[in-house]
Design a protein around this ligand. Structure first.
Ligand code: GDP
Length: 424
């Protein structure tokens, strides 16, 4: 069974929480794109954790976790993340963590360039997480990046580093006027944070092909949401990788294998971090109330998230491009206490109504058209079966299911592992 768990919206849908829940049924959990710009929150009997790089399967003893070739790895960040979890008693060894030899290393100069460019852009900034993700993916496509497998032959890295640093300094020092980089500093960084991971580095194509052939089940854990995909998202306010389900086998190292299912994680309302069009955005007191109720502050950055009502147009598009076979609707509990709940059902673009998600300047011009659904007052955090949900909450779920055209299998009613309802 090959299942992808992906975000339907702008990210932060609660993917980490759903992967932690569903990982029980899978032998292997894989992160296949992005880097430590992710912030997956997991709350379980071991505590509350925010994972930036490690797959959310690390908390289950029997699960093997993989960082695939599509991922970019800041080794210092990984080193610290593994250290934090080890201190909390979570075992991380080459038996339960495999790092692809084809993953790209996010170097300190990538992070530095991300910050230099965001600062240069000032008010026109992209809202980057400043973790070096766009610069490292750029270097990957420039064919000037280091890969994790290179650590297995450090002499080769030592030979290549001076030319790379010379090239980087054209921008760092020549362009931005910052202090020039030194090759020796970068080599020291790689020795300190990279070499400890050499026992974890393997060819994931061989490993995963064998695992699939042996009937092992695999869960692919996406970062961010459909609307942040580099090709299908709200360009240029996207991430620099493919966050869609179709990329999961590629970014993991098994491009010839097909997914059996795609679970789309969709929030019961909308949130968005960073800049760019966000049609259903609320402002003022209305926004404050929802942001506080949902604790909508970035897991990776602490930034307040922009919030709004559920957006049918954007979510239906998310379902479409994720090829979702079912949905997990998260954070329904946050909507308790509303008399009526706004749902954006169409966009108005240049005076015309549409339910097709636009791109480019048409999206920037789109205005939301709302319907209001009846709310409920009960706290639903303890609901464990369908019958425990108030009638208006069930009607809200059904409305959304019909509107986006995909069955809602799970409804999450709180951050804890057991706080969910299985709908069928
Ligand atoms: P991810 O990046 O998609 O994993 O999402 P985040 O971890 O950034 O954001 C999800 C946040 O919502 C985390 O703080 C979770 O603990 C929390 N969360 C997840 N599901 C629920 C839910 O159903 N209800 C509530 N109240 N919180 C939830």
């Amino acid at each position: 069974m090959l299942t992808a768990i992906t975000g339907i919206n702008w990210g932060d849908e609660g993917k980490g929480r759903m992967v932690d829940l569903l990982a029980e049924n899978y032998d292997i959990v894989i992160r296949y794109q992005g880097g430590n710009n992710a912030g997956h929150t997991v709350v379980n009997d071991r505590g509350r954790f925010i994972l930036n790089l490690l797959p959310s399967g690390v908390f289950r003893e029997e699960t093997v976790n993989v960082l695939g070739p599509g991922v970019v790895i800041d080794l210092e960040h990984l080193f610290n993340e593994v250290g934090r979890l080890t201190e909390a008693g979570i075992k991380i060894t080459p038996d339960n963590l495999i790092i692809s030899d084809r993953a790209t290393i996010c170097m300190p100069y990538h992070k530095m360039l991300d910050c230099l460019e965001e600062d240069r852009l000032a008010d026109a900034k992209f809202g980057s997480t400043r973790r070096g993700i766009a610069p490292v993916y750029s270097d990957k496509y420039m064919k000037k990046a280091f890969r994790t497998g290179d650590l297995l032959d450090f002499g080769d890295i030592e030979r290549r580093m001076p030319a790379i640093i010379e090239w980087k300094n054209l921008t760092v020092a020549g362009g931005y006027g910052a202090e020039p980089l030194k090759a020796e500093d970068m080599l020291d960084w790689l020795r300190k944070y990279g070499l400890p991971f050499t026992p974890f580095i393997r060819n994931t194509t061989e490993y995963l092909t064998k695992a699939v052939d042996e009937g092992k089940s695999i869960l692919f854990e996406a970062q961010l949401g459909a609307l942040r995909d580099i090709d299908f998202g709200i360009y240029p306010y996207t991430s620099s990788s493919n966050s869609i389900a179709a990329y999961a086998p590629i970014g993991s190292g098994i491009p010839g294998k097909k997914l059996d299912s795609s679970v789309g994680i969709m929030k019961a309302y909308s949130t968005c971090v960073g800049e760019g069009p966000f049609t259903c955005e609320m402002f003022g007191d209305e926004a404050h109330k929802l942001r506080e109720a949902g604790g909508e502050y970035g897991a990776a950055t602490g930034r307040p998230r922009r919030v709004g009502g559920f957006d049918v147009v954007a979510s239906r598009y998310g379902v479409l491009i994720q090829g979702a076979t079912c949905i997990a609707l998260t954070k329904l509990d946050v909507l308790s206490g509303y008399d009526k709940i706004p749902v954006c059902v169409k966009y108005e673009v240049n005076g015309e109504l549409t339910d097709v998600f636009p791109s480019g300047s048409a999206l920037a011009k789109a205005k939301p058209v709302y319907e209001y659904l009846p709310g409920w007052s009960e706290d639903i955090g303890s609901a464990r079966k369908k019958e425990d949900l108030p009638v208006p909450a069930l009607a809200y779920v059904k409305y959304i299911e019909d509107a986006v055209g995909c069955p809602i299998k799970y409804v999450s009613v709180g951050p804890d592992r057991e706080q969910y309802v299985e709908m069928f």
